[in-house]
Ligand binder design. Structure first.
Ligand code: URA
Length: 186
């Protein structure tokens, strides 16, 4: 396992897959690196690629706002990163070999943060973290305890922007995450 600086340096110099050739910035992660909650998304979009910061575009702002309404703040309560550290062109879903190559970095981040709660945002994070037998519509909101982590999944915030009908379920999931967080902090 690498320490933070070594891990960052390895990611910023990474060319293990072709996304390393087209990125503007490697998007490592953001938030409290000692938080009890880690959110894991899919891959950077254009705004993240431009700034080097995860979840700052429209979907990210939406998520940040919802979490703040629950009194969950990025610099205090959670760390946030993606399965893939570099933007796939036109925001396509990362190819399996890209995700699997990058997964070692996410695992290292999780090992360094040592969160109590792992939240997969959307089907890609769910697939690579929780397993290919999980289905986002069927299994969102479900909790499992594995390797000492409480783990769950919910919709990706961009899915809510595309389909506001999912909003209520998304909110319920965020509230359940907050509840679990309060329970483990008590
Ligand atoms: N979508 C993601 O999955 N991650 C980001 O950082 C931005 C959008």
């Amino acid at each position: 396992m690498l320490k933070w600086k070594e891990l960052y340096d390895e990611c910023v110099n990474c060319h293990k897959c072709a996304l390393g050739n087209t990125r503007i910035n490697m998007v490592f992660g953001d938030g409290n690196s000692k938080a009890d909650i880690i959110f894991i998304g899919e891959a950077p979009g254009a705004d993240e690629d431009r700034t080097g910061i995860p979840f700052v575009g429209r979907a990210g702002q939406f998520l940040t706002k919802y979490l703040e309404e629950l009194n969950l703040y990025r610099n205090k309560d959670y760390y946030i990163c993606n399965i893939c550290k570099c933007r796939p062109e036109k925001n396509r879903t990362p190819y399996e070999e890209e995700a699997k190559t990058c997964l070692q970095y996410v695992r290292n981040q999780v090992a360094l943060v040592k969160p109590k709660i792992i939240v997969c945002l959307g089907a890609t994070a769910m697939r690579y973290i929780l397993g290919t037998d999980w289905r986002i519509t069927r299994d969102r909101g479900k909790w499992v305890e594995r390797k000492g982590f409480y783990m769950t999944t919910t919709f990706h915030p961009s899915a809510i922007l595309r389909d506001p009908n999912k909003n209520q379920l998304f909110l319920e999931d965020l509230k359940a995450i907050n509840k679990k967080y309060k329970e483990i902090s008590a």
